[in-house]
Design a protein around this ligand. Sequence first.
Ligand code: SME
Length: 137
Amino acid sequence: SETNKTTDERLLSICQLLERHIDYYNWVGFYFADSDKKELHLGPYVGEPTDHTVIPFGKGICGQVALSNQNFVVPDVAAQDNYIACSITVKAEIVVPIFVNGKNIGQIDIDSNTADPFTEADERFLEFVCTQVAQLL
Ligand code: SME
């Protein structure tokens, strides 16, 4: 039943819903911060497996969001110097932080195989998703 689902099962369901229903969301996953080690650790995701299951704060788009506490929209990943490529099919990325009691505890990371697909509507929508996620953690 829904009530017996673990947090990871719920997070995976969110990834699946987003990837299935929004055609330009092609890899959807969560990274969570280990603030002592200053690293992000990959949580539930859908899409191609990635080698980047641990990302130091500051590295790549995800690592920068761990430090900036702000959304990061990348219309063209080829134009980014601090970017970690997970798949050659990826053209764009959006990362939105998750706050619990005002602390940046992780993020949702979405890769797109479409160039420049993300609008402010995606940012507002994903901020809402992250507020809901924060309540199930
Ligand atoms: N591209 C990310 C790394 C994670 S993969 O997209 C799954 C980055 O630059 O941080």
